[in-house]
Design a protein around this ligand. Structure first.
Ligand SMILES: N[C@@H](CCC(=O)N[C@@H](CS)C(=O)NCC(=O)O)C(=O)O
Length: 285
């Protein structure tokens, strides 16, 4: 659990699944501005119980595409539990239900030199476009690809889902895992074919980022670290496994061989090196 800065008023609550890259994005953004927050980590599916108590139960119109993919029985069970995806940030004034909303909240508090969204309209538009594409294409592709390899390795998944969660959730992992596995495979439409397509899509995004960096710039847009860099670094982290990720990741030698090989290749790309550099400079940017 991340300790709040004791000089500041009531800390916000950040509800997360430890390994989630969308949660990592918000963890980094909040830490960067030293916004006091307490991270409440949950193992899936217990995050849904945690978010249920604070977020109004969703109607079927509000269902995400992932939830629509579930079998009727799993969707029914999910609807009885209610709740929603993480991250969710509860501040004294409002509840923010999406990583993008959380970044904008952070940006509203940030001083001029720490803004994640540039004030220059042209740069801002470029950041908005990149963030949108990373959130909707890269994030889901990375998750699908990584889960394809580790969903049959509870020994690898257990620490990723359980670091810092309440002890009883950790104890329930062996019972919850088989049901969660079937849910995750359905929700994210995971198969060998979709994992191959996801990998292609990851490589395409890496090429786009490499082309942007080709002129020697330090950051993706303008000369300042922005939401585009933050979103790229965190959403791509699972395919390059940089040092400094917010939860302990396995050593890549423990991963299935095909996964390890891909990670080694992506690490050597300009975009992979960029992710490593941003993580290395994380405390200074
Ligand atoms: N649009 C959301 C996506 C968040 C998301 O997909 N969260 C995943 C974890 S990576 C999640 O909570 N999955 C479990 C669930 O939907 O219950 C955001 O950016 O906050």
């Amino acid at each position: 659990m991340v300790k709040p800065n004791s000089n500041l008023p009531i800390p916000a609550r950040l509800i997360t699944i430890p390994v989630s890259h969308y949660c990592e994005k918000t963890r980094w953004a909040l830490t960067r501005l030293q916004i006091p927050f307490v991270e409440e980590r949950h193992m899936p599916p217990f995050h849904r119980f945690a978010t249920r108590s604070i977020v109004k139960r969703m109607s079927s119109d509000d269902m995400s595409e992932a939830e629509r993919n579930l079998s009727p029985i799993n969707r029914f069970i999910g609807q009885q539990v209610g709740g929603q995806s993480v991250p969710v940030l509860i501040t004294p004034a409002e509840i923010l239900k999406d990583s993008d909303e959380i970044l904008r909240y952070v940006d509203a508090i940030a001083s001029e030199d720490q803004k994640l969204y540039p004030t220059n309209p042209e740069h801002r538009q470029q950041v908005e476009n990149l963030v949108k594409s990373f959130n909707s294409v890269l994030g889901p592709a990375v998750r699908l690809w990584a889960y394809f390899y580790i969903m049959d390795r509870p020994d690898l998944l257990q620490p990723l889902w359980c670091q810092g969660v309440p002890w009883f959730e950790r104890l329930l992992f062996p019972m919850a895992f088989p049901w969660m596995r079937s849910n995750v495979l359905q929700m994210y439409n995971i198969s060998e074919a979709s994992a191959i397509a996801a990998h292609e899509s990851i490589c395409k995004t890496f090429e786009i980022v490499e082309n942007l960096l080709a002129d020697g710039r330090t950051y993706l847009v303008g000369d300042q670290f922005s939401a585009a860099d933050l979103t790229f670094a965190t959403l791509a982290a699972a395919v390059v496994m940089p040092v400094g990720y917010g939860v302990k990741l396995p050593d890549i030698s423990e991963l299935p061989t095909a996964m390890e090989t891909s990670i080694q290749q992506l690490r050597k790309t300009v975009s992979g090196e960029f992710v490593f550099r941003l993580y290395q400079e994380r405390d200074a940017i």
